[in-house]
Design a binder for this molecule. Structure first.
Ligand code: MF3
Ligand code: CO
Length: 250
């Protein structure tokens, strides 16, 4: 069932989103060689609690951490680790904030120290894929318009779009309908309407999109060991177009 949000509910989700965006902006400074993703996880957990919020991911279907921290060939749902990040790594930090019952979801890929040109290009293409997808998130368009636009852009640059994980509606629950595929056919899928709140969160791989699940039952990684990146925003469909609730202003 698709749930529609009132202006008031969207404002509350926007407050949650602003807090998550502020947290991500702090991570830009914090993420560097020598830091561990467990330290990052603890920082995010404590930052949210200090601001009267909490991580909605912790305990979600038994997920044990406040954040997902996916390094290099990990696509998503990486477990935070006690191992130090190394110069040249890329790491995606994903978190869902709950602020007084209102949720917002955003993932961001970060460079660790000095990264290769190849990795930098992947980050740029993935972030661009998110924003061109968001531009399609307008009332009257269909979910397929978002997916098609992202797929065409990404594959046109010889990268691949992960198929096994998608964006989603979000409201009282992290995952609501509709599912937002990052590939697809123009004009197909569910029609977007004012009051819907969705995530768009393309995961883009340098090699094939095929993924493998780790023994922990959560972490997905590329089968070929090549890099994967992800950027995710929570977006409200409004009469004035897409409103990015988790905007960091870029
Ligand atoms: N933020 C993730 C998403 O976009 C949620 C992951 S669920 C968790 O769907 F349990 F792994 F946290
Ligand atoms: Co999400």
């Amino acid at each position: 069932m698709i749930t529609f949000k009132s202006e008031r509910e969207i404002t509350r989700m926007h407050e949650a989103g602003k807090l998550l965006a502020a947290c991500h902006k702090l991570l830009r400074q914090k993420i560097k060689p020598g830091v561990t993703t467990l330290e990052i996880d603890r920082f995010v957990d404590e930052f949210l609690i200090a601001h009267g919020a909490k991580s909605e991911q912790k305990g979600y279907r038994g997920y044990p951490y406040a954040t997902c921290a996916s390094i290099n060939d990990e696509i998503c749902h990486g477990f935070p680790r006690a191992e130090s990040l190394k110069d040249g790594d890329i790491v995606t930090i994903d978190c869902v904030v709950n602020l007084n019952g209102a949720l917002a979801d955003s993932a961001w890929s970060y460079p660790v120290g000095k990264i290769s040109t190849e990795a930098r290009k992947l980050l740029n293409v993935t972030k661009k894929a998110l924003y061109i997808g968001i531009a399609q998130a307008i009332a009257g368009n269909r979910t397929g318009d978002i997916g098609h636009t992202i797929q065409e852009y990404v594959e046109g640059r010889n990268y691949s779009v992960v198929r096994d994980f998608t964006g989603h509606g979000i409201g009282r629950n992290i995952h609501e309908e509709p599912q937002i595929f990052h590939y697809g056919t123009k004009g197909r899928g569910i029609q977007l309407k004012e009051g819907m709140v969705i995530t768009i969160e393309p995961m883009v791989n340098i090699g094939t999109w095929f993924s493998l699940l780790d023994d922990n039952g959560w972490t997905a990684r590329t089968v070929d060991g090549m890099l994967s990146a992800q950027y995710e925003h929570t977006i409200a469909i409004t009469k004035d177009g897409p409103l990015i609730l988790t905007s960091q202003d870029d």
